[in-house]
Design a protein around this ligand. Structure first.
Ligand code: GAR
Length: 318
């Protein structure tokens, strides 16, 4: 089983979307695990439900001074890696967003980019829409405007009121949120998606081509006959549950030092380790792809024929 992403859920009220996320996480193959429910209303009904389900709860008051700092500390203390907003009715300040850059998602009861903000169902009825729906999106400083990760349509029925429409959209939200979040987080442990991320970066380097190494996707630099491997995918080998990338490091000392400094990130791959291949885990939601890119480049320089590396280095310096 791949490691589950540690999810915090923030609510302000009833928490029915939170409940949908918690119940979906009871499935064994769900890629996230709710580790904390919190929000800005210490007596939000959803918090009692989370407690009853055995999820840790932090009851915070959004009006208290230092609320955002306290919330950040609680999230860290519970080891949250990702935040799902579920009816969390506070605008998030920019400095908090920066601390959780790219790691916050939200559900909104409209087909974004239509009807942002509040009073959504009123606006839908007033505009005479035939179809509305719900959207799950990444959170950025601009309200309800981040990348859309998934949407579902809901028909507006003749005679619908704000209440009947909100109730029906809510049913659709409960289906949508866990599914979209699972798909989104699932890709971080999906070997195919991860291989594609590495391939794009490896093949962006000069004179490279894809070729398998003992059955694993891998990339070579140099000519077809005399080229050398500089990157190899490490996909759940020898009963391990992780996906990593093997690249060449400077030697055994560097490898030992890196693994000691960050044993969650680096590993010594069986069979490959003795020839200076170091493993880097890439199946985590917080994988730093720029860091991976710099490793690919280092490994490429190490393995490229002198002619190619030299030309490239000269070009880079120029
Ligand atoms: C949901 O309809 C959600 O989409 C909406 O609040 C409701 C919360 O219900 N969120 C927003 O409008 C965010 N701007 P819940 O507490 O039962 O999940």
């Amino acid at each position: 089983m791949p490691r589950r992403t540690r999810l915090a859920i923030l609510i302000s009220g009833r928490g029915s979307n939170m409940a949908a996320l918690i119940y979906a996480a009871k499935a064994e193959d769900c890629p996230y695990e709710p580790v904390l429910v919190s929000g800005n209303k210490p007596d939000a009904p959803g918090l009692d439900l989370a407690e009853a389900e055995g999820v840790a709860v932090e009851r915070l008051d959004g009006k208290a001074t230092g609320f955002w700092e306290t919330l950040h500390e609680k999230l860290k203390a519970h080891g949250a890696e990702m935040i799902a907003l579920a009816g969390f009715m506070r605008i998030i300040p920019r400095d908090f967003l920066e601390k959780w850059d790219g790691k916050i998602v939200n559900i909104h009861p409209s087909l974004l980019p239509k009807h942002k903000g509040i009073g959504v169902h009123e606006a839908v009825l007033e505009a005479g829409e035939k179809v509305t729906g719900a959207s799950v999106h990444k959170v950025i400083p601009k309200l309800d405007s981040g990348n859309i990760l998934g949407q579902v349509e809901v028909a507006v029925m003749p005679g619908d009121t704000v209440e009947t429409l909100a109730d029906r959209v809510l049913i659709a939200e409960h289906q949508l949120y866990p599914k979209v979040l699972s798909d989104y987080l699932g890709r971080f442990s999906d070997p195919e998606w991860l291989t594609e991320q590495v391939a794009q970066r490896a093949l962006a380097l000069p004179e490279t081509l894809a070729k398998t190494s003992h059955g694993s996707p891998a990339w070579r630099v140099g000519s077809k006959s005399s080229g050398k491997f500089f990157a190899i995918m490490w996909i759940r080998h020898h009963g391990e549950d992780h996906v990593g990338l093997l690249v060449k490091c400077a030697g055994q000392d560097e490898m030992a030092g890196l693994i000691e400094a960050d044993p969650d990130l680096y590993f010594r791959p069986q069979y490959y380790g003795p020839s200076n291949w170091i493993g880097i885990r890439i199946d985590r939601p917080d994988t730093d792809w720029e860091h991976i890119e710099s490793w690919l480049y280092r490994s490429w320089v190490e393995c490229a024929p002198a002619r190619v590396a030299k030309l490239h280095k000269a070009a880079a310096e120029f």
